[in-house]
Design a protein around this ligand. Structure first.
Ligand SMILES: Nc1ncnc2c1ncn2[C@@H]1O[C@H](COP(=O)(O)OP(=O)(O)OP(=O)(O)O)[C@@H](O)[C@H]1O
Ligand SMILES: [Mg+2]
Length: 305
């Protein structure tokens, strides 16, 4: 662990080198949902912890802009956030804060209406700012917020992988289906990993996933896979109240063990699809936009087909 000379923030490993001395593929993972309140932020925060424990250098980017709360769930205080980065000329280093297990957080700011509807110029300013700090990370986890707002479509469309958090209720199923449909049409998403949250058993998780899969396979040209499931667990509520991720506060709890398996599943997923060029090359392709086409590489399209 070394310290950034500007901020005093601990940096997990020297630039371009993963902890343990082995290189890992760079990946940007967006976590989204149709319905709000299904557990996205818990998934992002605990997945970040699990991936950091595996030696990954993780940045959580709270892109639930204007309504962000990853800082609360991680128990950190972000003195500055995206509002300062985008509108007040703050640097990335001034806005990033270190949380549990060395996970870094860029907070999305709360109570700022403009952030909910960023224009293209602001989005590009934001991506350019993150790009400058990117060699420190090999994994960026984006909490997009719920629904199909333009920020959600933009950040999900810019990620290598999209995780949809699904709750077992019928309304959540309908909203998840609609979100995948819009992500496919508007952001070019062709593959989605589903995490079923707040279920009582693997059987319930498979049933909820099966209902979603039946719809998507019938009506959409999107590959939808079950990436993991998290049980309904009182430890999660206790952890949220304590402002400590459940994987840290109760590492042996049923939910923390499942978050670990979700992290393992995501780590094992086809690393060849992730960019080898790091954040710079990845966002460069987003920024250049290729005539407005979705920022999924031709290579990944072929593999996804
Ligand atoms: N597996 C779980 N077991 C028990 N309670 C859970 C679980 N997952 C989430 N919760 C509860 O649901 C609440 C909402 O979770 P969370 O904030 O992660 O959802 P969200 O999808 O990010 O919400 P929003 O759309 O408002 O951003 C949490 O405060 C927590 O109490
Ligand atoms: Mg949330």
């Amino acid at each position: 662990m070394q310290q950034d000379s500007n901020t005093g923030v601990n940096i997990a490993a020297p630039e371009g080198q993963a902890r343990g001395g082995f290189e890992r593929a760079f990946r940007v993972i967006a976590v989204t949902s149709g319905k709000g309140g299904v557990g996205k932020t818990n998934v992002v925060v605990n997945l970040a912890i699990q991936l950091a424990r595996e030696g990954r250098r993780v940045l959580v980017f709270d892109a639930d802009l204007g309504l962000s709360n990853c800082d609360i769930m991680m128990g950190v205080v972000a003195r500055k956030d995206l509002r300062h980065l985008i509108y007040e000329g703050a640097t990335f280093d001034e806005c990033v804060v270190e949380g549990p297990e060395g996970v870094h957080l860029l907070s999305g700011g709360s109570g700022v209406a403009e952030l909910a509807q960023l224009g293209d110029a602001e989005r590009l300013r934001l991506l350019a700012a993150i790009e400058g700090a990117s060699p420190r990370y090999d994994t960026i986890l984006i909490d997009t917020g719920a629904g199909i707002g333009s920020n959600v479509l933009f950040f999900a469309g810019a990620a290598h992988e999209v995780v949809i958090v699904l709750a077992p209720e019928p309304t959540a199923l309908a909203d998840a289906y609609s979100t995948i449909k819009v992500l496919a049409k508007r952001s070019g998403i062709q593959r989605v990993l589903v995490c079923v949250n707040r279920v009582s058993s693997v059987t319930a998780a498979r049933e909820a996933f099966g209902r979603l899969h039946a719809l998507t396979s019938r009506f959409l040209n999107v590959v939808v896979e079950l990436g993991g499931w998290i049980p309904v667990d009182v430890h999660v509520e206790a952890a949220v109240a304590a402002q400590v991720p459940v994987s840290v506060l109760h590492p042996m709890s049923p939910s923390a063990q499942r978050f670990k398996l979700l992290g393992d599943a995501i780590s094992r997923r086809r690393p060849e699809l992730a960019s080898s060029g790091g954040f710079h090359m990845f966002w460069r392709s987003v920024l250049e936009g290729q005539g407005g086409s979705p920022p999924i590489t031709a290579k990944s399209r072929e593999v996804f087909a």
